[in-house]
Design a protein around this ligand. Structure first.
Ligand code: IMP
Length: 194
């Protein structure tokens, strides 16, 4: 599929920057919701990552008339039966900050010996009536305390498999190569190149 322009359907500056970094080499003009100040924030009220990702991309594509790319991410922790999952953004309550959510996770994980977890991202592309989704997973484990200052969200307590450092200690280009979102966007890129 050929794309000249697309809008990233997210308000999150970290995600916009990560996605722009990955998509820039393709020669696509990458806009974001910040270029369309009248867009409203879309409530992520669906029961699945795919449902939320499609909801955001449909809205932004319909309002801007351009192809829209969105993502929704969840952290799935084995010892917590997959929680916080689709509720990762509001694990500690409706208006919870990254710090609140991270502290809740650390307290729920206190005393747990099984620390395995995975980030899962679903990226959705909506272009007119066409809809496509791409999934990326990154396996790792939850540490018992925070390490590192980079990144956002649960990054300081997530150590990806095969690495000694957390996502918050790795530089952004390494994170993008191995992360859930990086892998999902990579699948999207492969789809564009086909
Ligand atoms: P969202 O609904 O896709 O914005 O993501 C849900 C929550 O997952 C966010 O509020 C973050 O706390 C967390 N999250 C998403 N992506 C990442 C990431 O790459 N690293 C760490 N946390 C993330």
């Amino acid at each position: 599929m050929k794309l000249k322009k697309l809008v990233i359907a997210s308000q999150n500056p970290h995600k916009i920057e990560e996605m722009q970094q990955i998509l820039k080499p393709l020669g696509i003009q990458v806009l974001s919701t910040h270029d369309f100040p009248d867009l409203e924030e879309v409530e992520e009220d669906r029961e699945t990552l795919q449902g939320n990702a499609l909801k955001k991309a449909r809205y932004v594509s319909a309002e801007t008339g351009l192809p829209a790319l969105s993502d929704d991410t969840g952290l799935e922790v084995d010892a917590l039966d997959g929680a916080p999952g689709v509720f990762s953004a509001r694990y500690a309550g409706e208006d919870a900050s990254y710090k609140d959510n991270l502290e809740k996770l650390l307290s729920e994980m206190e005393g747990k010996t099984v620390r395995s977890a995975q980030f899962r991202t679903v990226v959705a592309l909506v272009k007119g009536t066409e809809e496509f989704t791409f999934e990326g997973v990154c396996k790792g484990e939850i540490l018992t305390s925070k390490k590192g200052e980079k990144g956002f969200g649960y990054d300081p307590v997530f150590r990806p498999q095969g690495y000694e450092l957390t996502f918050a200690e790795l530089d952004s280009s390494t994170k993008n190569k191995i992360s859930h979102r990086g892998r999902a966007v990579q699948k999207f890129v492969e789809f564009l190149e086909k």
